[in-house]
Design a protein around this ligand. Structure first.
Ligand code: DNO
Length: 357
């Protein structure tokens, strides 16, 4: 397991690379050029800049999260080809600086969705919260506004400027079914995966978060059966997964450890975090510790250990603790604790394995 930490870039992330480097066992940063709109080709100078910054701190930039997919590709519009062409050019450039994995998602309109970014917990920390009923009664734009009023940050993909023409986007998705989305995803993969293979970059799709439809939009990367279907769309090792335990774990029917074992050779990137689910469908993001949430993090790490996982991993959303002011879910402290929890399990499994030998 090669540990990494997500970093939003110089000037865009309060956490300096010096601090990331001090977390035990972290080899690299998971990065992106967040200001480049989906569908545009990434400039080589900007890519090289990040490489130099990371190099100065002895961190690798092997994993990119994300190169976002333009809505026209998800919608299957005739304009998609030019955006796919740009995607391909970006892949080729990323290969030049040694990138090994690209994480992306195929969620219509929004990326991950929560109704409260700073929900107070009993111990005074705050965490990302999803309240089912709230989503039923609120218009998407209203949620965008409430969230941006209450925080200097918003969720990725929810930037008010990006969503300015939200009504238009919703109109375009009106008749798009799940089957259409599958077809459009296949079209994208058939063009992109051969290029990824030539450039030795593994593509890892991120599950939909939460793994069910929001605001009536179709969502397909949601459970084991659909992951299986996804992998067969283009049956090539370069077409793989970013297996996110928290996204999938928001549906209590998903058994993530079982998915680790089932899809072992196609998991290129592991997102490991916990989430506590409630019967009414709400969920809150807890610490990484198994006992604190509903997802068996111990069992998941054990499954990764069993399959001899040598891919990249990162802790995922943390709570906001110790008074840290940070990007929702992406503070230093709780993610740092998360990494140490993951290492704790991993190292003890390794030690036991040696004792058995
Ligand atoms: C949430 C992240 C996602 C992920 C994208 C990948 O914190 O895991 O936003 O980066 O879905 O495209």
């Amino acid at each position: 397991m090669r540990m990494t930490m997500r970093w939003f870039g110089e000037g865009n992330d309060r956490i300096p690379l010096e601090h990331i480097k001090q977390i035990p066992g972290v080899e690299g940063v998971v990065w992106s050029l967040h200001d480049i709109p989906a569908g545009e080709e990434w400039p080589m100078v900007r890519i090289s800049e990040v490489k130099e910054q990371a190099d100065r701190h002895g961190l690798n930039i092997d994993v990119v999260e994300s190169v976002n997919v333009h809505e026209d590709i998800k919608l299957g519009l005739p304009t998609r080809d030019k955006y796919i062409e740009n995607y391909i050019k970006t892949i080729e450039k990323l290969a030049k600086v040694g990138v090994k994995v690209i994480c992306y998602n195929f969620m219509p309109v929004f990326d991950w969705t929560r109704t409260d970014l700073f929900k107070e917990m009993e111990d005074g920390s705050t965490a990302l919260f999803f309240e089912n009923d709230k989503l039923k009664d609120i218009e998407p734009m209203e949620l965008v506004n409430t969230i941006s009023e209450n925080s200097a940050y918003t969720m990725p993909g929810w930037e008010p400027e990006r969503l300015a023409d939200l009504a238009d986007l919703f109109e375009k998705y009106k008749n798009v079914t799940e089957e259409d989305l599958w077809e459009n995803l296949q079209y994208f993969l058939e063009k992109v995966i051969p290029v990824a293979r030539e450039n030795d970059i593994k593509m890892g799709i991120h599950p939909d978060d939460p793994p069910f439809s929001v605001f009536g939009l179709p969502r397909i990367i949601t459970n084991k059966q659909n992951l299986e279907r996804f992998l067969k769309l283009v049956d090539d090792p370069y077409n793989g997964l970013t297996l996110c335990s928290g996204s999938l774990g928001a549906n209590p029917e998903n058994d993530v450890a079982d998915m680790v074992r089932a899809f072992s050779d196609r998991i290129h990137f592991a997102h490991i975090r916990n989430v506590k689910t409630y019967e009414n469908g709400d969920f809150i993001e807890t610490s990484h510790r198994t006992q604190d949430g509903s997802v068996d993090i111990y069992e998941i790490v054990k499954a990764y250990h069993e399959i001899g996982f040598t891919g990249y991993a990162r802790p995922d959303h943390g709570r906001h603790i110790w008074g840290e002011e940070c990007r929702p879910g992406y503070g230093l402290y709780d993610r740092g604790l998360g990494i140490m929890y993951l290492w704790g399990i991993w190292d003890s499994l390794k030690r036991q394995e040696k004792e058995v030998e």
